[in-house]
Design a binder for this molecule. Sequence first.
Ligand code: PLP
Length: 345
Amino acid sequence: MIDLRSDTLTLPDEAMLKTVLTAKLGDDGRLDAEGRGEDATVNRLEDLAAEMTGKEAGLLCASGSMGNQAAVLTWCRPGDVVLINERQHLDRSEKTAFDPRFGQLKKATYRHDATEQPDLASMEEALKNNPVKLLYVENSHNYSGGMCITLERMAAIRELADRYKVPVHMDGARLFNAAEYLGTTVKELAKYVDSLMFCVSKGLGAPVGSLVCGTKAFIKEAKETRKYLGGAMRQAGIIAAPAIYALEHNVARLKEDRENAQLCASLLKDLKKTRVQPVVQTNIMMVDTAGSGVTPAEFCDRAKAKGLFIRPIIGTWVRLVFYKGITRDDAVKAAEIIRAVDAEL
Ligand SMILES: *Cc1c(COP(=O)(O)O)cnc(C)c1O
C-alpha cells in the first residue's frame, strides 16, 4: 500500500531516535529569571528555531495547533477580530480560536486570487471595515494544495498591515516546503511577519513538535499562554532532540517531495472524469472529483482497493501528500492508480 494521506506519517529513523539517548534533559517547566526552562535540549532547539527564522526567540509546542493557539491567544483577547482566509487550517481544522467555549475570537475574511496569493484589495477592504487585531497568513497553504505566498506578496502584506497597524502571524506548518519551492529561506519569508509557527512533525520527519517564533517579549507571553493550554512539558528534550536532528538533516531533502508531487501531477494531465490541481508547488497534490459521478470518499475507497491510501481534503477534492520514505517509483505508481480509478468512472 502506498500511503499518501499526509506527511505526518513520516517515522523517525534510527539516527534520529539515537539523538534521544544522549540528549541533555531537565524540567522545562521550571523557569529561571529569564523565563528559560531547565531542559538544555529544548533550549538548544528553541535557539536554533529562532536563528533559522531570524527571530529573537522560539517556543516548543506539542503540536502546530497548540503553537497557533498560543500565538493567536497571545495577540488577541475574547471578542477581538482576526483577519483570515476562509480556507485556513486555523478556522477549518483547529477551530479553537473562534469557538465560544475557548478563544471566543471573531473572524473577518479575505480571499485568495486565482493564483492562490492573498488578494490585497480584499485584505484592505476587510481592514477598513473591521477592527482587526491580527492578520493571519498560511504559507504553504494546505487547503489550496500546498500553494506558496511569494516574497513579493509577503512584503506587500507587511506594508498593508503596517498601514493599519496590525501584527501578522504566519501559520507555516510547511514553511520549509514553501521556502524550498520559492528558492528562498525561511528567514526571508519570516522577515515579513511578527510571529510564526512551523512544524517539525510533518515533512521534516520528527515525531512530535512545532515551534513558535517571535520577539523575546512575545515569546515570554506566549509561553504563559502555552501553559494555560496545558502545554508546559517536563523532559521535553526527548522530543526536542529529534526535532534538532530534523532541522539539521531533513531540510534539503524536501526538494525530493516536491519533485515527486510534481512528477505525479505531470503524469495526470489528461484524466477523463477528474482533474489534478493546475499548479503543484510543494509536496501536496490534489485531485478534484467534481462531476465524476463519485464522492471524494468513494474515489479514495477505489484508490485504496488498488493500493493507494488517500483521503478527501476539502469540498470535492482528495489530497496526495509526498514525504520522506515515499520514492519516485511510488509517485509513478500512485499516478497509475489514480489514472486507473479515473478510467473506470
Ligand atoms: C498540520 C497543520 C497545522 C497543525 O499542526 P498539528 O501538529 O497537526 O496540530 C496547522 N496548520 C497547517 C496549515 C497544517 O497543515
